[in-house]
Design a protein around this ligand. Structure first.
Ligand code: HEM
Length: 318
């Protein structure tokens, strides 16, 4: 029993499967390449659990969670081990009309809580701990918009896996034993053209998403060779059945600057599933029938990471 318990603790994931919250931050950092910076980053990553506890305890409802994920460029220098089997830099996807760009990022902090104060306090302490070993390349504050809507006004997150399907879809297992308990993470920051979106009739918007706007009911799939909805393009099926991912997208906005966006974050046990979704969205299925959501949304970043098990992080302190 003791060995069984140790085994479970060894592979304990970070808080990947925690529920959506009212607030979230997506902090992307690059790591400086000199040995002193790498050593500092290893030390801060190893203290992730303690840094989280310092903030989480301050809220009685305990909604605060944080996941940290590591990019391909710094995996070997930081962690030392062979990288997770599928980990690679985000591959640009160039369709006839739209491109999923690939942008820099070595560390991702995905921080969730009911209120923004905890998130900002955590980020402040985290960046203080890192000192000048890292540079922030992006920091997006997301908020819950009414009944879980994105800024296109559709409910976002409905089809996410639940129950036992959730860890099955998101947490690496025996197929890569050195990295069991980890999860691949892909992020993209999208900016919406709301004037163009508003100019569409509701029925046209619903056909693009694949759900009704008011009631959030699924629409039927289009015939095989016709223009598919976002929902259908992102449904990946093969002989093993449907392959789901976990999305924790959040709206973000700066109305004074005319910025309205969706921060896409997807967790998956199989990176190829998200890659296939992106190909179907940007290249089209069949090509060149791309996801029409892209005619109203521009991807301005794209980065791939791996969120290792808690023990892999803690061991960086040895
Ligand atoms: C479904 C919005 C980007 C994957 C949906 C739905 C909405 C939505 C409203 C339907 C409700 C739901 O099931 O959540 C958006 C917006 C995006 C975006 C506003 C960015 C502008 C992406 C990207 C991916 C993705 C980049 C994957 C690479 C999915 C999946 C589903 C989905 C897997 C569920 C499909 C199913 O019904 O099984 N999205 N999405 N989305 N989206 Fe997105």
């Amino acid at each position: 029993p003791i060995t069984a318990l140790n085994h479970t603790l060894d592979n304990e994931p970070q808080q990947i499967t925690a529920p959506l919250t009212h607030s979230a931050a997506f902090l992307v950092l690059t790591v400086k390449d000199d040995e002193a910076s790498l050593a500092k980053v290893r030390e801060v990553l190893a203290s992730t659990d303690d840094l989280i506890k310092n903030t989480a305890i301050r809220e009685i409802e305990r909604t605060f969670t944080c996941n940290v994920a590591i990019g391909h460029r710094v995996w070997a220098p930081l962690v030392g081990s062979t990288p997770p089997r599928e980990l690679k830099p985000f591959q640009e996807v160039k369709g006839a009309t739209h491109t999923a760009v690939s942008t820099p990022g070595d560390l991702l902090y995905h921080i969730r809580a009911r209120t923004m104060d905890l998130i900002v306090a955590f980020e402040k302490n985290l960046l203080l701990a890192f000192g000048d070993a890292v540079e922030a390349v992006d920091d997006v504050a997301g908020f819950r918009y009414f009944d879980g809507r994105d800024l296109l006004d559709f409910v976002d997150g409905t089809a996410n896996p639940e129950g036992l399907s959730l860890p099955e879809a998101t947490i690496v297992g025996e197929e890569d034993p050195d990295h069991a308990g980890g999860s691949y993470v892909v992020v993209q920051k999208y900016l919406h053209n709301l004037d163009a979106w508003r100019a569409q009739k509701t029925e046209a918007q619903e056909a693009i998403i694949g759900r009704t706007k008011h009631d959030n009911m699924e629409l039927d799939d289009a015939p095989a060779d016709a223009q598919k909805s976002h929902k259908t393009l992102c449904t990946i099926e093969d002989a093993d059945g449907e392959h789901e991912i976990l999305r924790d997208n959040m709206p973000f906005a700066n109305p004074g600057r005319g910025e309205y966006g969706t921060y896409f974050i997807g967790y998956t046990r199989r990176l190829w599933v998200i890659e296939q979704m992106l190909e179907r969205m940007f290249i089209g299925n069949p090509a060149p029938l791309h996801d029409r959501i892209l005619d109203f949304s521009t991807a301005t970043t794209g980065v791939t990471f791996f969120a290792p098990s808690r023990k892999v992080l803690a061991d960086l302190g040895d």
